[in-house]
Write a protein that binds this ligand. Sequence first.
Ligand SMILES: Nc1ncnc2c1ncn2[C@@H]1O[C@H](COP(=O)(O)OP(=O)(O)O)[C@@H](O)[C@H]1O
Ligand SMILES: [Mg+2]
Length: 422
Amino acid sequence: MKVLVVGNGGREYALAWKFVQSPKVNRVICIPGNGGTATLEKCQNLPMRVDDFDGIARFAGVQGISLVVVGPEDPLAEGIVDYLQAQNIPVFGPTQAGAQIESSKGWAKTLMEEADVPTAKGKVFTDSDQAKSYIKQQLAPIVVKADGLAAGKGVIVAKTVAEAQAGVDQLWEQGFSKLVVEECLQGEELSVFALCDGESFRLLLPAQDHKRVGEGDTGANTGGMGTYAPAPLGTPELLQRVEREVIAPTLAALQKRGIRYCGVLYAGLMVAADGTPKVLEFNCRFGDPETQVILPLLETPLEQLLLACVQGKLESFPALAWQEGCAVCVVAASEGYPGKYEKGKEITGVADVEEMGAMVFQAGTRKKGGQLVTDGGRVLGVTATGPNFESAIANTYKALNKINFEGMYFRQDIAHRVRQNT
Ligand SMILES: Nc1ncnc2c1ncn2[C@@H]1O[C@H](COP(=O)(O)OP(=O)(O)O)[C@@H](O)[C@H]1O
Ligand SMILES: [Mg+2]
């Protein structure tokens, strides 16, 4: 079968990397892909925009694509799935209505309240003065969130009332005319992905990531600097609670609204010290970089699993098979990221890492002539596995040391939380 992956990041590379391992997959096409997917065996790139729904639909139709998987949130929020479904193209991902669970934090908050899903107590505002007086009444710490997609730049976790109110003004000036103000939760964060077929769902291994650019979780927010799975915080007991208290009622509430949610329902959770999970947000797609540690541990053929979701046959699908052990991914970024950075730096060492049995998930890379060069802030992620976290961490950093490009930056402390806990 032929699989089409939409997107160009490390997550999409990881999806393509997993698909090509299946003997049932003879070709993977990435739109537009990156320097890594260009050279992966059985895989090729197609230079097309991810918002060119008509072009993508036509290509998928002519080529007889058996499965389209959409990586990023933007095309999902813009309705790529509705467009492809209307032309009978099998696609994994929620429709535009379903994608609102990520694209509108206010919509998601209302849905959660209706379904009695545990989440931070909050209120939706379309008037900035009302938001500010609510903040004054609730007091700090408090969290202000833009309603729409903001690429990780729409949330202010404020320590004071003044900071929160300034956050309201700031988001308002950026053009967000709807905000959510919510209670500040304490605890540890956990990412849980549920694969959904509209009715049933299956959880993948829980992961934790590191969003801040600096060691010790300091500095600016990023797309993610590293991650690990299976996160020990996600015990079987906790995951059962998440199934029962979060995923099942959310899918039921979506169905009540007439939404058949096929795709990843990604719950960003805050787990309190007493083990109570609350939803910080939902995303409507695979997480990046969490996918880069989850897929290397998944033994079940991914294309069979996602096809079962698309066909509504998840209920009868065999239990997911996982490799024993742990996976750690460390992201190598361009100097300056998440601020300004340069592109076009020659990357060396990828083959050396792969020879060691570790994986290089390319993200911001490009082929220039025969040479691989940097083309983004997060350039690549190196993942290695091991029987425990200590060995997975050591293997990952040993492999990462083979990679080199001018201005390469990475955090030295990825998965340190696990080290502290064991
Ligand atoms: N209610 C909250 N209490 C404490 N921290 C929060 C809360 N909501 C969000 N955060 C912090 O802000 C980060 C970003 O918020 P999130 O809702 O995940 O938005 P996005 O990923 O769209 O930027 C979270 O990962 C978490 O660290
Ligand atoms: Mg988030």
